[in-house]
Design a protein around this ligand. Structure first.
Ligand code: UGA
Length: 423
């Protein structure tokens, strides 16, 4: 199929290479000229395992990038994959989704061939039907006889997004009519996963609920971890016993410094906002958010317990990305940790295999090291905030510290003489 993908960000570009890998011809449309130039020269604008290889394989033959919407007219399907940021209150900004819808509508004007518009961006339930579809119908001056619509949320995890695209647990397709369903089912036929067909609104809701539930599992594990630590119980041992029950599952029960990223925190806030706008009181969701916001504070409290005042203390921070295998620092727990260390007058020297340049944009004044040993040499304490595999075997490197005080915000180290934030 000929497919247009609007948005060359994490989700849009991974979706595009995945669709090209499935045998489709894909045009990525993005207004950012330098991003389009990078894609057209088969360079990934951000790090994601497997992305570079698939760009190299498909760019110029079945994958192209453009700054204009011209190709939408020749394609059978267009995917809207632009970001939908939420403000502090959880209110979702739909500006990019709306302008994409208008541009798609204009590009489809005067054509008669059937076209399906698929919304992959995470939007509040009801948005596709009340905002996006009317805009596309209005701008294209066409009707449902030649236009189909679907909400097809993605469940890709950063750092594993390409593999997740090719091997998802399920594909959720919210559809307006049988024709859109048939086209999408055909498009996904090479992927071995159940296709769950539902209404557009349910599909939009399923995305928010999935992320809010994952966030709930993590905050639950963190709260249990905080209790366990007081009792000198290892929460990882407890969750190993608890997670072996198939009704619970061992996944997303890893306690630590809290969840970050651009999705879990955002979708949780958006669901709270939605619930409150409906007059509901989402007690549980508020608690999930609060546990997460408080968790990074435990790092500097532990440091203060061991070092006293942090002023002029040299603290090595290992791990800046919100999770391993990405250079993404959005919502990273490292941000509030560094902020409070800085505010308390500590000298921070940070290291991450990929995310240093991104973090420099947030904290230009702190020091950055080129390798863990450089960060650790002479440090009064070390905090580890991302479970990068390269940290796993660190041990003798900690002996280069002034004092060997090692606090893990993620459980990864194999050595002895360390302490977990909540284990
Ligand atoms: C999340 C969802 O997992 C995806 O299914 C979804 O598609 C995506 O959001 C999205 O909406 O786009 P992602 O944010 O990439 O994916 O990362 P996760 O693997 O969910 O991790 C999120 C955060 O939770 C990370 O900071 C991670 O360290 C933390 N986490 C995860 C824990 O603290 N404990 C765990 O047990 C698992």
């Amino acid at each position: 199929m000929d497919i247009s993908v609007i948005g060359g960000g994490y989700m849009g570009l991974v979706t595009s290479v995945g669709l090209a890998e499935l045998g489709n011809t894909v045009t990525v449309i993005d207004l950012n000229e330098s991003k389009v130039a990078m894609i057209n020269s088969a360079q990934a604008p951000f790090f994601e395992p497997g992305l570079h290889e698939l760009l190299q394989k498909h760019v110029g033959s079945s994958l192209f990038a453009s700054t204009t919407f011209e190709d939408v007219a020749d394609s059978e399907i267009s995917f809207i994959c632009v970001d939908t940021p939420a403000d502090e209150t959880g209110h979702v900004n739909l500006t990019k989704v709306k302008s994409s819808a208008c541009s798609i509508g204009l590009a489809l004007q005067g054509l008669e061939t059937f076209h399906t518009v698929v919304i992959k961006s995470t939007v509040p339930p009801g948005t596709t039907e009340s905002v996006i579809i009317p805009l596309i119908l209005g701008k294209s001056k066409r009707n449902f006889s030649t236009l189909g619509f679907s909400a097809n949320p993605e469940f890709l995890r950063e750092g594993q997004a390409v593999a997740d695209f090719m091997h998802p647990d399920r594909i959720v397709i919210g559809v307006s009519d049988g024709r859109a369903e048939e086209i999408l089912t055909r498009m996904y036929c090479k992927i071995d996963a159940p296709i769950l067909t539902t209404s557009i609104k349910s599909a939009e809701m399923a995305k928010h609920v999935s992320n809010a539930f994952l966030a709930t599992k993590i905050s639950f594990a963190n709260e249990v971890g905080n209790i366990c630590k007081n009792l000198e119980i290892d929460v990882y041992d407890v969750m190993r016993c608890v997670g072996s029950d198939h009704r619970i599952s061992p996944n997303f029960l890893s306690a630590g410094v809290g969840f970050g990223g651009s999705c879990l925190p955002k979708d949780l806030k958006a669901l709270i906002h939605l619930a409150e706008a409906l007059g509901e009181e989402p007690f549980l969701l508020h608690a999930v958010k609060k546990v997460n916001e408080k968790q990074p504070e435990r790092i500097y409290r532990l440091l203060e317990r061991k070092l006293g005042k942090l002023k002029n203390k040299r603290i090595a921070v290992l791990g800046l990305a919100f999770k391993p295998n990405t250079d993404d620092i959005r919502g990273s727990p490292a941000i509030p940790v560094i902020q409070s260390l800085d505010a308390k007058g500590a000298t921070v020297i940070a290291y991450d295999p990929l995310a240093v340049e991104n973090m420099r944009g947030v904290f230009p004044r702190i020091k950055y090291a080129k390798h863990p040993l450089e960060a650790l040499t002479g440090a009064d304490a070390c905090v580890l905030l991302t479970e990068w595999p390269e940290f796993e075997c660190l041990d003798s490197e900690f002996d280069a510290m002034q004092t060997r005080i090692v606090i893990e915000g993620r459980k990864i180290l194999l050595c002895k003489n360390k302490e977990g934030v909540c284990w």
